[in-house]
Write a protein that binds this ligand. Structure first.
Ligand SMILES: [Fe+2]
Length: 144
């Protein structure tokens, strides 16, 4: 598990060490971020998957990055090496992509969508992280 700050208004997870004036996701004001380290709400990592069972393998984002033309990268994300279920009671609600710990993309999902997203972004950075949020099992991060 990893410690992180989370917006108490929208649930956006901060990966930066500094706290911004407003939430980059919902633009709510200051003093809205709280420490996100309680076991049931932790930001889970691949180390958690290693000590867990099959269910946890359905949550860790799988990230494929391909260099394309003019300095762009194609970042393709699926959730889980075993695809996460997408049903009314249990689904992936959000996939967030960070470059150099700054939010660059957030995909909101409903039960009717596949747990995946795809962006094309111009960047030279090799510091890319993806967070998937499950409505039951919390948040899961993959960092490249
Ligand atoms: Fe789940």
């Amino acid at each position: 598990m990893k410690k992180a700050l989370v917006c108490s208004v929208c649930g956006h997870i901060l990966l930066t060490k500094s706290i911004p004036d407003v939430c980059p996701s919902c633009c709510s004001g200051t003093k809205i971020f709280k420490l996100f380290d309680e076991k049931e709400n932790a930001l889970h990592t691949k180390e958690d998957v290693a000590v867990s069972g099959e269910t946890e393998k359905k949550h860790l984002p799988v990230v494929k990055i391909v260099d394309i033309e003019n300095g762009y990268k194609n970042i393709y994300v699926t959730v889980g090496e075993i695809e996460h279920p997408m049903v009314k009671e249990h689904f992936i609600s959000k996939i967030s992509i960070y470059i150099d710990n700054e939010l660059v993309s957030m995909t909101l999902l409903t039960k009717d969508l596949k747990p995946e997203t795809n962006i094309k972004v111009k960047t030279d950075s090799k510091n890319i992280s993806v967070v998937a949020q499950c409505n039951i099992h919390g948040s899961w991060i993959t960092s490249i």
